[in-house]
Design a protein around this ligand. Structure first.
Ligand code: SF4
Ligand code: SF4
Length: 386
């Protein structure tokens, strides 16, 4: 029996004048915006602005036009709105278009680190305490605006993973080093989500990212808005749309098992578009084999992590020696040698932080032949199920 409702609404593009109406329709289908935000409430709108700076057309970030559509509806209810994420390069706000958008709308734009972080206790599977951005703890309502994307470590990044950005950057790097296995790392993501839960999630699936996400994949037109009170259910519906089985995506599985939301499609009422009419065919997954790892007996996971999970490889012709990968690497496996990046395979834990940090496409993810075989078998199985 359905115990949560998720709206799926078509949106023609970011320039379309109908985007605001489409967001409004999605919200009406789940009870209207005022069900989640009371008049005059203090609201924090968490967008996804992945460092380093990138323009919206690369589909790495929540598109500012999408955020603007949500903000224009929110402003009818409350003037107390802050938009933000944690960015280490202040140019992120200019390059992404958020500085201009928020200035034009008269909405505060905040780099989370400016207000600092507060230690909070977590009844978690991995963490018992964590630092969370103070800006989120001080408001009445958190509105979550994730982007639908693949992720080379966690397979999918959307509503739940969007909250990884609310912990300090140094801690994020350390967490990658301390918890390199995807299943355990996703428990940690769910721990963080459990203490920074949004009242409302509206996912930017107008143009998503497929392939080697979250930063080096390809934009993929999906043309949808996915919205709901339950962030886990929003992820589950989005995952179903792109052909993933939600309960085989670690973040969704863990959050569902821990009662933090509904990840089982059988328990979700989808309103708006029929699921069969919005499914995305041949959506490309990242070369990492997170799903395949999840299907193996525990005893085989060490072997599998080594052989099935993609590893970063520097493409020397594209590397400009900027060092962003070195700064992102939690183990010191990435270094600059002779003006180009180099990765020490023995100390690399395959966290994909360097791949995420490189804006030159100079770090590719490669898998061995066994992993490629397993992934093509998985893809064939998925096609047969549809
Ligand atoms: S691999 Fe990418 S991030 Fe690393 S130094 Fe080269 S260009 Fe910079
Ligand atoms: S080299 Fe890249 S994938 Fe390997 S540990 Fe460093 S950041 Fe992670």
């Amino acid at each position: 029996m359905a115990n949560t409702r998720v709206a799926v609404v078509r949106a023609e593009g970011y320039r379309s004048s109908g985007l605001r109406d489409a967001v409004g329709r999605a919200l009406d289908m789940i009870g209207g915006l005022e069900r989640f935000v009371s008049r005059g409430a203090e609201v924090f709108v968490k967008v996804n602005l992945l460092p380093p700076p990138s323009p919206p057309e690369r589909a790495i970030i929540t598109h500012p036009a999408f955020t603007e559509a949500v903000l224009s509806l929110l402003r009818e209810i409350t003037p107390h709105i802050t938009v933000g994420d944690d960015v280490h390069d202040p140019r992120s706000f200019e390059v992404s278009g958020y500085r201009e958008t928020c200035a034009r709308l008269g909405v505060e734009l905040l780099n989370l680190r400016e207000k600092g972080f507060t230690e909070v206790e977590v009844d978690g599977a991995v963490l018992d305490k964590v630092y969370i951005a103070r800006a989120l703890l001080e408001v009445d309502v958190i509105v979550n605006l994730p982007k639908l994307k693949t992720h080379s470590l966690t397979l999918f990044t959307g509503a739940v993973k969007n909250f990884y950005g609310v912990v300090p950057a140094g801690l994020r790097t350390r967490f990658h080093g301390d918890h390199p296995r995807p299943a355990e790392f996703c428990q940690l993501l769910v721990d963080i989500f459990s203490v920074a839960r949004p009242a409302l999630t509206i996912m930017d699936a107008v143009v998503g990212m497929e392939g080697a996400g979250p930063a080096n994949g390809a934009p993929r037109e999906i043309g949808l808005i996915v919205a709901g009170e339950d962030a886990v259910a929003v992820d589950a519906v989005a995952q179903s749309i792109v052909g993933l089985e939600p309960l085989r995506v670690w973040t969704t599985r863990h959050a569902h098992d821990r009662g933090l939301g509904t990840g089982d499609p059988a328990e979700i009422e989808v309103v708006g578009e029929e699921m069969a009419s919005v499914r995305v065919e041949n959506f490309r997954l990242p070369p990492a084999a997170g799903e395949a790892l999840g299907r193996l007996p525990r005893i085989l996971t060490r072997w599998a992590t080594r052989h099935l999970q993609a590893r970063p490889v520097v493409v020397l012709e594209r590397c400009v020696g900027c060092g962003a990968c070195v700064r992102a690497c939690p183990t010191g496996a990435a270094a600059i040698d002779g003006g180009r990046a180099r990765i020490d395979r023995r100390s690399c834990i395959r966290c994909m932080c360097c791949h995420e940090a490189c804006r030159y496409g100079a770090i590719e993810l490669r898998t061995d032949s066994v992993a490629r075989l397993i992934r093509s078998l998985e893809a064939a199985l998925q096609r047969r199920k549809r």
